[in-house]
Write a protein of this length. Structure first.
Length: 225
């Protein structure tokens, strides 16, 4: 299998937080940055998020610009990239924007510990893969997406999923938009949470681009092997 190109895109405060102590969606970036994110989405085959992000933020994950959606269709692509969620299905609502908003295919990767009746109901709206007893095997997940023709995956958080994808060595690049704000808070989500890396496992990066979008600084990094 040729591994799809996988990148994380995240917006954070100067102190590295991706939401506030209320742990819900908060406006971090500006209009220009949202246009940049929309272009990245339009260039992707799949948008990947963790189950807490779906439960808390219920993101639409579609391409906002009609022009970009039309350009995708002209190229023979679906109007929107595939929406992909990984993790627990406990909190996902049947009328969530993740499942209902926009013209997009949906895939859920979850585990054997989840309620099988809910899995069957979700199958009315999404393809559901049960991969693993307690944890989703992310490498297998990427391999399945590759088999479905996915060549480019944009990971849109949250901090737990970002960490797991980095830990598995699946990420090629990271874009981070830094806002001139301080959110603070010991237990507030950051770009990469999970159990954290020990000294020997730290992920080293190479800075490959810097863009200034008014008050927002966008940094682009390549993951060093
Ligand atoms: N600013 C931004 O760019 C941005 C973007 C997205 C989200 N956010 C914020 O991030 C916060 C949510 O982040 P989060 O870290 O709580 O949640 P998350 O990463 O969205 O989702 C975490 C969930 O996914 C599950 N999961 C991850 N990898 C898994 C695997 N391999 N197998 C099975 N389950 C797996 C976790 O299970 P376990 O609990 O068992 O590990 C956990 O339940 C929210 O506050 C949201 O607003 C910010």
């Amino acid at each position: 299998m040729k591994k799809p190109f996988i990148f994380i895109n995240s917006a954070m405060s100067l102190d590295g937080k991706i939401s506030t102590s209320e742990k819900k969606q908060v406006k971090i970036s500006n209009e220009k940055d949202m246009e940049r994110v929309d272009r990245l989405r339009a260039e992707s085959d799949a948008i990947l998020v963790g189950s807490n992000t779906v439960a808390i933020d219920d993101p639409k994950l579609t391409v906002k610009s009609e022009r970009l959606r039309k350009e995708r269709v002209k190229k023979g692509l679906p109007e929107n990239p595939l929406k992909v969620m990984v993790g627990s299905i406990k909190e996902i609502k049947f009328d969530s924007d993740f499942l209902d908003y926009g013209n997009a295919e949906k895939i859920i990767f979850t585990t054997e510990k989840e309620d099988s009746e809910k899995i069957v109901r979700l199958m009315e709206k999404a393809r559901v893969f049960v991969l693993g007893k307690k944890r989703v095997d992310l490498k297998k997940m990427v391999s399945i997406l590759s088999d479905l023709g996915v060549k480019r995956i944009m990971v849109e958080g949250g901090g737990t999923l970002n960490f797991e994808m980095l830990k598995e060595g699946l990420v090629d690049e990271i874009y981070v938009a830094i806002a001139p704000k301080i959110f603070g808070g010991r237990n507030v989500p950051t770009l990469a949470d999970g159990e954290g890396f020990k000294e020997g496992g730290i992920v080293d990066l190479e800075l490959i681009d810097i863009e200034k979008l008014d008050e927002i600084i966008v940094l682009r990094y390549r993951i060093l092997a």
